[in-house]
Write a protein that binds this ligand. Structure first.
Ligand code: HEC
Ligand code: HEC
Length: 232
């Protein structure tokens, strides 16, 4: 079943890519021979992200395997974090099967180009002075317990290090799946091996993680879906 679904995804991704790149104007001829074996160096960044928009470029698009949830917002996310996440899929520290097979086919140059492209597609920086909606007392205590803001920032959209993710306004259902995945070990298709978030997520019950996800997802953020129509 797993294999079947994975190959179905591969077929879908392959056909989406073929379709999208057929619409992309030819890139200028490279001045040097292509170095990366996986993708021609001449491929424009639009050609590289064509493969992503079939999921990340459709508002509300839901992933169905291994769990049903909306695919994460990545337009406006920090480039350094996008690079780290793609490398974690590539190395297997993140188990998600579809993203693993996508990241596996990307060279270091592809990853860097796509990450910096996505970083620029946000809604623009938030007003630093904008007051956050106050969490209820229980959620406030949960946020306090693991000092979430000390890493993800006071607005949860201004992390202290660019390799940490912006999380404000991210889809709630995805936030919940992501938080739980840091607690999962020994599962071939679910889980994220991350020392920092692993130690943090394990301090909470799933019900508590859901409350955290619901609050953070409700906040105003800098990420959005970059609609597919921009490419047409
Ligand atoms: C078939 C649908 C699909 C396609 C195509 C796809 N993604 Fe994803 N992507 C997902 C899903 C689902 C997740 C959540 C995986 C998880 O739970 O870890 C994800 C997660 C990610 C993440 C991690 C986000 C975060 O907040 O941690 C990044 C970065 C990402 N994708 C980038 C890309 C890029 C770049 C491409 C194109 C080269 C791409 N994706 C193509 C479905 C897709
Ligand atoms: C010590 C710093 C630190 C603290 C404290 C921290 N985080 Fe994180 N968080 C990180 C880092 C680093 C990552 C990226 C991990 C990875 O690469 O998978 C992350 C990832 C996440 C993600 C996944 C985002 C995505 O797009 O997939 C969520 C959700 C999250 N943190 C929520 C929280 C919450 C809620 C708290 C408090 C309960 C918290 N974090 C506390 C550093 C921290």
């Amino acid at each position: 079943m797993t294999k079947l679904l994975t190959s179905l995804f591969a077929v879908l991704v392959a056909s989406a890519t073929g379709f999208a790149s057929a619409q992309t104007p030819a890139a200028p001829a490279p001045t040097q021979p292509a170095a990366a074996p996986t993708a021609p160096a001449s491929a424009s960044v639009e050609a590289k992200v064509a493969m992503c928009i079939g999921c990340h470029g459709i508002p509300g698009y839901q992933a169905s395997f291994p769990e049903v949830h909306r695919v994460p917002l990545i337009s406006g996310q920090n480039a350094k974090y996008i690079v780290a996440a793609l490398n974690a899929y590539k190395s297997g520290d993140r188990k998600h099967p579809t993203m693993r097979s996508i990241a596996a086919g990307m060279s270091e140059q592809d990853i860097a180009a796509v990450a910096s492209w996505y970083e620029k597609q946000g809604t623009g920086a938030l007003e630093p002075a904008a007051p956050l909606p106050q969490p209820n007392a229980r959620v406030a205590a949960l946020l306090q317990k693991a000092a979430c803001a000390s890493c993800h920032g006071t607005t949860y959209s201004n992390p202290v290090d660019a390799s940490y993710p912006k999380i404000a306004g991210q889809h709630k259902d995805y936030l919940y799946v992501a938080l739980r995945s840091y607690k999962v070990d020994n599962n071939p298709v679910v889980g994220r091996n991350n020392a920092v978030m692993g130690a943090i997520a394990r301090q909470f019950t799933n019900a508590e993680l859901k409350e955290l996800a619901d609050y953070i997802g409700e906040l105003e953020g800098e990420m959005q879906v970059q609609p597919q129509s921009r490419f047409r």
